[in-house]
Ligand binder design. Sequence first.
Ligand code: TPP
Ligand code: SF4
Length: 277
Amino acid sequence: MPRIGEDLTSYLREGMMPTVWCPGCGHGNIFRAIAESFRQLNLDPSRIAVLGGIGCSGRTPFYFNTNAMHTTHGRVLAFATGLKLANPRLTVIVAMGDGDALAIGAGHFVHAARRNIDVTAILYNNSIYGMTGGQEAPSTPLAFRSTTSPFGNIEPAFDTVELAMAAGATYVARTTTFDFDDMPRYISEAILHPGFSVVEILSQCPTYFGRLNQLGDAPELLKYERSQTFLAENTPLLTKAEMVGKRPLGVFRNEIRPEYTKEYAKLCQAHGGTYHA
Ligand SMILES: Cc1ncc(C[n+]2csc(CCOP(=O)(O)OP(=O)(O)O)c2C)c(N)n1
Ligand code: SF4
């Protein structure tokens, strides 16, 4: 991750700043990591499209000096699918909230994974609906409070990694905003991967999740993230007690299978069409 002085500005739409995000919001950390991946890969901004749905996370495309689409809540992968099919040479990046991806957009999420379309979905998982005031999401952990579950959540949370792999995503990784150097590493791998890639990033929402659950401010939430996770590669070194209730971090799948736009091109060419992926 670049430190002070290293230049990410060619990827930033500085006229749109400051961002809408609250001080200490993890979405800013993720935004920075995405910009760093673009720099590491030396991507041409005119060849990138960043798409977002609705929500705090959905504001991400506003701040990148790339092609951008601000779409509707839960439907961003449908827009991304159309865009990638229309111009397969674009690097398509989707910024999704956990509400966006796992609640209203869950159908689009599993079908994009099943098709294995070459899109990178970055799932900003702050365990809550941020923009609309801290309501419970399918990612809110058991017993945790939100504005719609003031006595504690009684619904088990989805495991994004398990869901993405079961649906057929071909690159699946999870990290946290605490793991500042792993974010751009996984995002870069996901961008280079020729298929549907999911990078789940556990992120902090101090304004709602942190406050409603009395977990403290942003630095304390980062420590909380660390306490709730472990590196999957360390599993042989850990006892069951050290892992129970915690989420593993790392790359869980990185495999190749036929990609949707390439398969579509083959079909078109076999029937006299001119589509090229
Ligand atoms: C069809 C539709 N339903 C509901 C909403 C209201 N809405 C806007 S953002 C949001 C939740 C955002 O939560 P999440 O996707 O987790 O993103 P975050 O704000 O936490 O980044 C909701 C319910 C909407 N804009 N459109
Ligand atoms: S409400 Fe939460 S998710 Fe939204 S900008 Fe503020 S801290 Fe971030």
